[in-house]
Design a protein around this ligand. Structure first.
Ligand SMILES: NC(=O)C1=CN([C@@H]2O[C@H](COP(=O)(O)OP(=O)(O)OC[C@H]3O[C@@H](n4cnc5c(N)ncnc54)[C@H](OP(=O)(O)O)[C@@H]3O)[C@@H](O)[C@H]2O)C=CC1
Ligand SMILES: N[C@@H](CCC(=O)OP(=O)(O)O)C(=O)O
Length: 418
C-alpha cells in the first residue's frame, strides 16, 4: 500500500469510530481512560525501553539538550501520564450538555447542545506525553483522533498507541478511535491535512517549517498551535523583586517549551537595577544574553542582538533584551515581533496593566505572572491539547471544550412558521 492509501484507510476507520464515540456514554469513556492509565503503569518497563531506544537515536543524531528533555520519559513522567488520564476521567463530560434555552414567541424552544468535532488530526512535536494527553482529551470529548507525533518519539508513540487501543477495547469502545500514524514519512502529513472526507479539523503543534507546510497545503480546517515568541515587559512601576523572579522563571524553568520567554523588554527608568539583578541570575544558569545598544551599555558582556533576534524562538538558554522608553513602545514591539502566544507585563500601575491586556494581541496576556503558566492544567482545564495561537475556533490552552462545538436544538409542539 502507498503512504497515501495507508492514511486514507486510517481516515476511513477514524470516521467510522467517530460515529461510535459521539454516542458513547460517560461511563464507557471514563472506563477507557482508567484502563489505559492502569496499562501505562503495568507497561512501565516496555515504555522505558522504547523511550531509551528513541533517546539513544536522538542523541546520536545530535538533538539539542532542551529537545532531549522534552523527549525523555522518566518514571515520574510515566506516572504523570497515568495520573493525567485519571484527572480527565474526573472532569465533567461536556458532550450532550444543553444550554441557553429561550422560549420564542412562536412557541418553540431554542437552545444549544454540545457535540464532538468528529475526527481530529493532531501533528505534534517529539513529546510522548502529548500522545496520551491528546488521546485522553479526544476520548472524553467523544472524538476520534489520528495522531502524528514527532519522528524522534516514534518507538515510544507506537508502544503508547497499542496501550490506548487496549484501553478502548476493554471499555467496549472502538480501538480505531485513537490511531497513531505508523510511519515517520512526512508524505503522511500531506494526506492527513487534505482528506476532508475523513478529517474534520487539524491541530498542528510545531514551529516555522510546519506552519509553512500547513498554510500551503491544508484543505482540512486548522486550529494552529504554533511557536511561542513570548515576552516579559518590566514596566517603570514594576515591583523589581517580582520582576526578577518572573523574568528568571519565564526564561529558565524549561528552555524547550512554547511558553518560555524569548525576549525581555525593560523600561529605561528601571533598566539599570533590573538588569543588574537579572544578569547575575542568568549568568548562574548559563543563559546567553543578546541585547540592544542600551542593554550593552549597562551590561558590557552582552552580545549585540540583530534584527533577526527579535523574531527568534530560541528554545534554548539564550535571551534577547531590549530597553524601551514607554509602554507604547513595548506593546508595539510585542505586536510586531511576537507570535501572539503569551506575553506578560510586570507593573504596579493598574492603568498600564489594563492597557497592556487590551492592546497586546496574544492568546494569553498576563499581569505579574510568569509566561510558563500558559498551560491547560495551570488554567484549570484538567489537561490540554496545546496552546492555540489562532483566534478561531479556540484561543490559548485548548482543553475538552475546545474539542467540541455546539449545535442548535429546537423543541416544538407542532408549530409551523407563518
Ligand atoms: N502552541 C503550542 O501548543 C505548542 C507549540 N510548540 C512549538 O513547536 C516547536 C518545537 O517543536 P519542534 O519539534 O521543533 O517542531 P517541528 O515543527 O519541527 O515539529 C513538530 C511536528 O511537525 C512535524 N513537521 C515539521 N515540519 C513539517 C513539514 N514540513 N511537513 C510535515 N511535518 C512537519 C514534525 O515532524 P518530524 O518529526 O518529521 O520533524 C513534528 O511531528 C516550537 O516552535 C514550539 O513553540 C510546541 C508545543 C506546543
Ligand atoms: N503547556 C506546556 C507547554 C506547551 C508544550 O507542550 O510545549 P513544548 O515543550 O514545546 O512541547 C507546559 O507548560 O508544559
Amino acid at each position: 500500500m502507498s503512504i497515501e492509501e495507508q492514511i486514507l484507510a486510517i481516515g476511513k476507520k477514524a470516521r467510522a469510530a467517530a460515529v461510535y464515540m459521539a454516542k458513547a456514554n460517560t461511563h464507557a469513556k471514563n472506563a477507557a481512560l482508567l484502563e489505559t492509565a492502569k496499562l501505562i503503569r503495568a507497561n512501565k518497563a516496555a515504555l522505558t525501553q522504547a523511550n531509551q531506544a528513541d533517546m539513544a537515536q536522538a542523541q546520536a543524531n545530535g538533538l539539542e539538550a532542551a529537545l532531549l528533555d522534552r523527549l525523555a520519559l522518566s518514571d515520574k513522567a510515566i506516572e504523570t501520564m497515568a495520573e493525567g488520564l485519571e484527572q480527565i476521567a474526573q472532569l465533567p463530560d461536556p458532550i450532550g450538555e444543553m444550554t441557553d434555552f429561550k422560549n420564542r414567541p412562536t412557541g418553540i424552544q431554542v437552545g444549544k447542545m454540545r457535540v464532538p468535532l468528529g475526527v481530529i488530526g493532531i501533528i505534534y512535536e517529539s513529546r510522548p506525553n502529548v500522545t496520551v494527553d491528546a488521546a485522553g482529551l479526544c476520548i472524553k470529548s467523544g472524538n476520534a483522533t489520528i495522531l502524528r507525533g514527532g519522528s524522534e518519539a516514534f518507538r515510544c508513540n507506537q508502544a503508547l498507541a497499542a496501550i490506548v487501543a487496549q484501553g478502548l477495547e476493554a471499555a467496549g469502545l472502538p480501538a480505531d478511535a485513537v490511531q497513531v500514524i505508523d510511519t515517520t514519512d512526512r508524505a503522511a502529513v500531506g494526506t492527513l491535512i487534505t482528506m476532508t472526507e475523513y478529517v474534520d479539523v487539524i491541530v498542528p503543534r510545531g514551529g516555522k517549517g510546519l506552519i509553512e507546510r500547513i498554510s500551503r497545503d491544508a484543505k482540512v480546517p486548522v486550529i494552529k498551535h504554533l511557536d511561542g515568541i513570548c515576552h516579559v515587559f518590566i514596566d517603570e512601576s514594576a515591583n523589581l523583586s517580582h520582576a526578577a523572579n518572573i523574568a528568571e522563571n519565564a526564561k529558565t524553568h524549561r528552555y524547550g517549551t512554547c511558553n518560555t520567554m524569548e525576549t525581555l523588554l525593560v523600561h529605561a527608568h528601571v533598566a539599570k537595577p533590573a538588569l543588574a539583578e537579572l544578569a547575575q541570575r542568568y549568568a548562574a544558569k548559563g543563559v546567553e544574553l543578546r541585547g540592544c545598544k542600551r542593554t550593552m551599555a549597562l551590561l558590557p558582556s552582552v552580545k549585540a542582538a540583530t534584527e533577526e533576534d527579535w523574531s527568534t524562538e530560541y528554545l534554548a538558554p539564550i535571551l534577547s533584551i531590549k530597553v524601551v522608553d514607554s509602554l507604547d513602545e513595548a506593546i508595539a514591539h510585542i505586536n510586531q515581533y511576537g507570535s501572539h502566544h503569551t506575553d506578560c507585563i510586570v507593573t504596579e500601575n493598574h492603568s498600564h496593566a489594563m492597557r497592556f491586556i487590551r492592546e497586546v494581541d496574544s492568546a494569553s496576556v498576563m499581569v505579574n505572572a510568569s509566561t510558563r503558566f500558559a498551560d491547560g492544567f495551570e488554567y484549570g482545564l484538567g489537561a490540554e491539547i496545546g496552546i492555540s495561537t489562532d483566534k478561531i475556533h479556540a484561543r490559548g490552552p485548548v482543553g475538552l471544550e475546545g474539542l467540541t462545538s455546539q449545535k442548535y436544538v429546537v423543541f416544538g409542539h407542532g408549530e409551523t412558521r407563518n
